[in-house]
Design a protein around this ligand. Structure first.
Ligand SMILES: *Cc1c(COP(=O)(O)O)cnc(C)c1O
Length: 564
């Protein structure tokens, strides 16, 4: 069943998480959705790639919100046999001195014009393995550091070995974040100089060759967001299988830092937006940091009403999203508005079904959904409740929010509780809802059905952000702090609006948010004639959706990273 995939050399794209479809919970958030969009674009463009990830049988977690407004985490198990085919090949990796066997499931992503992309989901739940090793591929981002390191051994080392066992010919390795950096350690083992060619004291590892074959994309400007493992732990788990002196040279003396390892073994390194590349260069001085700004997959992130509209007026947009620049003049105001109101009705129905809250289609909805964590500042909209109520008195609006917090992120979980209380205090004044269990389908309905997409990160912690790009594809303008992709995407008053300016220390305070919302955004929405508002919607599509898509991103990776 692999024949169709192994006859051409491919790029191996490694990611700890990947969002393949809503029924397959092998992702936690933005990183996994981006990985999924990357593979979907590769399928559309028929590029030779193979993605490698973990099967994560228990998923990340399913979120429920209890009556106090607090997050409850439940397992979200799935059955790989319903969606993927099991492959025969097995390879062993050595963990704590014993072999752990790794096998894989094959999931095939199908593109819109017949392209097919293989995705390997690695699995250690095999009879050969001891019970505790069988669980290594269960919980995405679960467990303690030992569990995480073992998962990263399975992904990086197991992944490279399995690709070889299956007959894949890999000409380039792309590490999506540092979790898979141990693949470099496996390549060190594979590419050595013949003994007779090396002089006394020289390295026998063919490092230039490995560096040429590897690219690395870093995704987080938070230092603590980069995995680092204590060498005592590394020695206990990997003893006898790695050259510790060599590893320390590449991954740092103080701990095995996966980002350092990836940086040192990759010739092409990039951040996910221009400003993120600058921030990363400062965090890791001495490396040449490129920038490939993220994008979203056009077909996946267009609401049904917008796909239909684009199919009619901009044929070919799925393959060449650049064509969306034509939305400005080739689609009528009325058609844009109708497509939007359809998407909005869909959201309103879903909100009612999930929460019993009734929203009004003639009143603007402000949408906010992302991982709930301190730097995203989901609470700044509520910093001055009296002012917020006062704005709503004169220019009514509604609020819909969603998002999960990582189970060990206490602050993020506390924020969900606080939001619940704020929304409670607005009952009867500002209709609002919090949707539990943010996933791919809620994201599509919520983002496309909102009128304004809000984003309030603390600068410079938003590496890129992608939900605002999904909004643009559906003609929904962003109201956002100037961070990540929005520094590139914001043309003030044309594609959306900035909160605060680019240079103030805090980059967008609640006061700046209220001012812009009350004095600029809502008045435009409530103008007698909707044409000013629809003009912004169209510019979001023609100027931003045409550019911030994963087809452009994928073509750039191909040309600038993989086939340099
Ligand atoms: C797009 C998406 C994200 C990432 O959104 P950001 O704007 O980057 O925070 C997270 N979760 C889901 C389900 C998404 O669809």
């Amino acid at each position: 069943m692999l024949e169709e995939f192994i006859h051409v050399p491919r790029v191996a794209y490694f990611s700890m998480e990947v969002a393949l479809r809503n029924e397959i919970p092998t992702y936690a958030g933005g990183l996994g959705v981006l990985a999924g969009d990357m593979v979907r674009s590769a399928a559309d463009l028929m590029l030779p790639m193979v993605a490698v990830s973990l099967v994560s049988r228990s998923g990340y977690f399913r979120q429920e919100i209890d009556t106090q407004g607090l997050q409850v985490e439940l397992a979200e198990s799935w059955e790989p046999q319903l969606w993927a085919q099991s492959l025969d090949a097995k390879v062993a990796v050595t963990i704590e001195g014993k072999p752990v066997w790794v096998s894989a499931w094959l999931y095939v992503v199908e593109g819109h014009s017949g392209g097919r992309q293989p995705v390997l989901l690695l699995d250690t739940d095999l009879n050969e393995n001891e019970p505790k090793d069988r669980e290594l591929t269960n919980c995405l981002y679960g467990g303690d550091p030992a569990y995480r390191l073992k998962q990263e051994i399975v992904l990086g080392i197991g992944g490279v070995r399995l690709l070889q066992a299956l007959g894949f010919d890999i000409f380039h390795y792309h590490m999506n974040e540092g979790h898979s950096a141990l693949l470099g350690v496996e390549l060190l083992r594979r590419y050595t100089y013949p003994a007779e060619n090396i002089r006394e004291g020289d390295s026998h590892y063919d490092i230039p060759r490995i560096r040429k074959m590897c690219s690395f994309t870093t995704h987080t400007p938070v230092y603590a967001g980069h995995d680092s493992f204590d060498y005592t732990l590394v020695t206990a788990i990997l003893d006898g299988t790695i050259d510790l002196v060599l590893i320390k040279q590449f991954a740092g003396e103080d701990g095995l830092n996966m980002t350092r390892l990836a940086l040192n073994l990759s010739e092409y390194i990039n951040g996910v937006a221009k400003s993120h590349a600058d921030v990363s260069s400062k965090m890791f001085p001495g490396y040449k940091m490129h920038a490939i700004t993220n994008g979203v997959h056009p077909y996946t992130w267009a609401a049904q009403s917008f796909s239909t509209l684009y199919d009619t007026h901009i044929p070919g947009w799925c393959h060449e999203p650049e064509l969306l620049t034509r939305a400005e003049c080739c689609v009528s105001d009325e058609d844009i508005w109708n497509a939007h109101q359809q998407a909005k009705m869909r959201l309103i129905e879903r909100v009612f079904a999930l929460t019993g809250v009734s929203l009004n289609p003639n009143i603007p909805i402000i949408g906010f959904a992302r991982r709930m964590t301190a730097y995203k500042r989901p609470d700044i909209l509520f910093a001055d409740i009296e002012r917020l109520k006062n704005i709503a008195n004169h220019q009514p609006f509604q609020i819909v929010m969603a998002g999960k917090a990582h189970p060990s992120d206490k602050e993020g979980k506390a924020l969900i509780g606080e939001l619940h209380q704020h929304l409670q205090s607005l009952v009867g004044i500002i209709p609002s809802a919090y949707l539990a269990n943010y996933d791919l389908t809620i994201a599509l309905d919520l983002i496309s059905g909102s009128d304004i997409w809000l984003n309030t990160p603390l600068r410079p912690y938003e590496a890129s952000g992608t939900s605002g790009m999904k909004a643009a594809l559906n003609g929904v303008p962003s109201l956002s702090v100037l961070d990540g992709w929005w520094i590139e995407g914001c043309i003030e008053g044309v594609t959306g609006w900035a909160i605060g300016d680019k240079d103030t220390q805090n980059g967008g305070t609640s006061i700046a948010l209220y001012d812009k919302f009350e004095q600029v955004v809502l008045p435009l929405y409530y103008q007698e004639n909707k044409s000013g508002w629809i003009k912004v919607m169209k510019s979001a599509i023609s100027k931003n959706a045409s550019y911030f898509n994963s087809h452009r991103m994928m073509r750039r990776y191909l040309i600038e990273a993989y086939t340099r």
